[in-house]
Design a protein around this ligand. Structure first.
Ligand code: ADP
Ligand code: MG
Length: 261
């Protein structure tokens, strides 16, 4: 008995030193089960190894989610897929598998304000994180400001390199804020840096035909579009605004209730 207590104590200490918290938590309970169910040594060890791997994956996902800055709650759990046109729904299904990241393909979501672009790409982003990918969500305007600061502080190349850690950068609402020339240039440099290297996912209310508003001159506009579109999946969300529809429904609900009083 005392021998067993000693072993347990020593094992707990060693497992802490080896940074195997799931082993440490589970080895006693699993040993009881192994004895009861006459499991082999290998089966017992495998069970513990699986627990450790699961816990590590869970921790990694939590870290990645925090790092991603994805809007919490904008996941597929809260997204009504039935609103999407059939073609977009089938594109989305493939995108959630994540293989577009291996090919450094881009995902470009266009549509009216409120059509669900940000929610949809964020939901895809969450799925990618659950698979262990590194994603970064950023508002286009903020990204541009950060890059501009990096440029002014002579660490622009480093900032671009830093962003290469992410398998996908989700640039939300490109074109929403009008940029000056300098701002446009850092945005273009980022797109050029990621071309055929890492994925860009972006949302925009502006169709390509109006992208000169973002990139100012026709040459840069064409070059930016060319790089983005070359390997890309385009999601056209020509839907009525979800917000508008819901507020209309809510108002109708209120009117009905008032009428039934
Ligand atoms: P956009 O980026 O196209 O302007 P958002 O993604 O911000 O639109 O969507 C506007 C609001 O409507 C958000 O609160 C979003 O969660 C919600 N929404 C949009 N489409 C859907 C949908 N298909 N299912 C559930 N909520 C949706
Ligand atoms: Mg949006």
């Amino acid at each position: 008995m005392s021998n067993n207590t000693e072993v347990t104590k020593e094992l707990t200490k060693k497992l802490s030193e080896l940074r195997l918290p799931a082993f440490r938590e589970c080895f006693r309970k699993e040993a009881c089960r192994a004895r009861k169910e006459s499991l082999s040594y290998e089966q017992y060890l495998l069970e513990l190894a699986c627990r450790e791997a699961e816990a590590r994956m869970q921790n990694r996902i939590e870290r990645l989610l925090k790092e991603s800055k994805l809007p919490p709650g904008k996941t597929f759990e809260t997204f009504d897929m039935a609103r999407l046109p059939a073609r977009v729904a089938s594109q989305v299904k493939i995108l959630t598998e994540g293989s577009f990241l291996d090919r450094a393909e881009n995902v470009l979501a266009f549509g009216n304000p409120g059509s669900g672009k940000t929610h949809l790409l964020s939901a895809i982003g969450h799925e990618l994180v659950y698979q262990g990918h590194r994603v970064l969500f950023t508002l286009s305007g903020l990204l541009v400001q950060d890059l501009l600061i990096a440029k002014k502080e002579l660490r622009f190349a480093k900032a671009l390199k830093n962003l290469r850690r992410f398998d996908a950068i989700l640039i939300d609402d490109i074109g929403y804020v009008q940029h000056n020339r300098e701002e446009m240039e850092v945005l273009f440099a980022l797109l050029a840096d990621r071309y055929e290297r890492k994925s860009v996912m972006l949302t925009s209310n502006l169709p390509f035909s109006r992208w000169e508003l973002i990139f100012k001159d026709p040459m840069t506009t064409a070059a930016a579009i060319d790089r983005l579109v070359h390997h890309s999946v385009i999601l056209e969300l020509n839907l009525t605004s979800y917000r508008l529809e819901h507020s209309k429904r809510a108002r109708r609900g209120i009117t009905c209730k008032e009428q039934s009083k």
